[in-house]
Ligand binder design. Structure first.
Ligand SMILES: [Zn+2]
Ligand SMILES: [Zn+2]
Length: 194
């Protein structure tokens, strides 16, 4: 199941059409069963520049909105706990730095979601229709720090990345350190506390 989601995420990064808006928000550890599925390559350290965000904005505007959206301002926010926001009065999309430093792969989804808000302020039925049409999340995603507290906290002995989980993991290794998406005993996730 995890692998499938991870795979869908990977496919999404290549192809707009296969986006699954229910896909998990967390980066996924690798589990040891043999599989042909690939794990997405590790995220780059840096978030996209504002210029890159505008490029993405124009691309999404062309592909999904026939270039009908007015160009708005795009900024990063260092404080915001939600993934993104749109302020109509300022014609301003804000992208949360904190959120995307953890879920870098969500940037496009966040931008799409906020771009729908340029046309539809509320998360109403029309908004939802649009979100499904363009493959964007239906709701603003909160920063993980304000989510339900995980029962288990695992960490990678290599890169020290933390994997908060509601369920126990038995044989899972770090998705960023393990080579080619295969279980790697050197990066087997360790339980921090329970
Ligand atoms: Zn929203
Ligand atoms: Zn690691």
């Amino acid at each position: 199941m995890r692998k499938l989601k991870s795979f869908q995420k990977f496919i999404h990064s290549l192809n707009y059409d296969l986006f699954n808006f229910n896909s998990s928000r967390e980066s996924l550890p690798v589990e040891p069963t043999p599989s042909i599925l690939q794990v997405p390559s590790p995220p780059k350290e840096e978030l996209p520049s504002i210029e890159e965000l505008y490029k993405l904005f124009h691309k999404i505007n062309a592909v999904y909105f026939e270039n009908k959206l007015p160009t708005v301002r795009i900024e990063y926010s260092n404080r915001m706990t939600n993934a993104g926001s749109y302020t109509p009065a300022l014609k301003l999309i804000k992208i949360s730095r904190k959120y995307h430093e953890i879920f870098r792969e969500d940037i496009e989804d966040t931008l799409k979601h906020e771009m729908i808000h340029i046309l539809h302020f509320y998360h109403n039925a029309v908004f939802k229709k649009e979100a499904i049409r363009i493959g964007a999340s239906l709701k603003a995603k909160p920063h993980p720090a304000v989510r339900r507290k995980p029962k288990y906290l695992y960490f990678c002995p290599g890169c020290k990345k933390e994997y908060p989980r509601q369920k126990r993991l038995r044989m899972a290794s770090c998705g960023f350190c393990s080579k080619k998406g295969k279980f790697d005993i050197r990066f087997k996730l360790k339980l921090f506390k329970s």
